[in-house]
Design a protein. Sequence first.
Length: 255
Amino acid sequence: MSLRDAVVRAGVIPSDSASQAAKKAYSERLSHELAIEVADALRALEFAHIKPERQLVLKGRDKGKERIVKEKEFQGGLGPKRVDVSFADERHGLMLAVTIKTINFPSFPRIKGSEPPQFDFSKRSGFSKNIKNRFGDLTTESITLHLRFPFAVVACLFAMPERAMQDKGNQMKSSTFERAAKLYGTISGRVAYGDPAEKFENVTLMLHRPLSDSALPGDVWVRLYKAGTMEEVSEEDYFLDLRELYNQRNPHAMV
């Protein structure tokens, strides 16, 4: 099991000109599969009962099949928030959370007056606009969780396809992926429970080659980079780092 397996299970990535529904469905599948793999990896490090969770159906017509117990919802400081990957108990509440974010397709200008919306795929596209939009979403999410659970370790895994590493705007020296790493580095590294709530304890970016042909799953690859420094980190070390952050914050409930 690995993050690469999640990318393969998400299926063939739609083309840029595919319908918005097809793109949305792919993005949701990828986020769902990544959440399962992240939870499985942390469960292997003794985070018992972390969600989402694979369970074997014991009764009924689906007996013997595997089902997924999905993510949990928590009452945050700014309202309820569904968390992609969560480790919690009745006594302490939320103690570890990993939010999964993906940007899988470049944005294109909308054709003026089109209804339903149509997009001009002949114009230059890029990932930059989505990067800025997600920044606001992330800070709001971190604030929501940290206001209610200030001791919780909240991490973000942000995934983008390899094209984002080649995508550069006019007169830009660095790629969109590199700019994203720098931008998201400003909200990574929350050390103490009293630090700003909008910061995450860890933000890691995932660059990957999506599945382009169902007959060629071997072409898929995944690489992880620390936000801010762009230091590449192995998948094993990434999960060990999350455990270390958790244990430092929770010496009374170490795993």
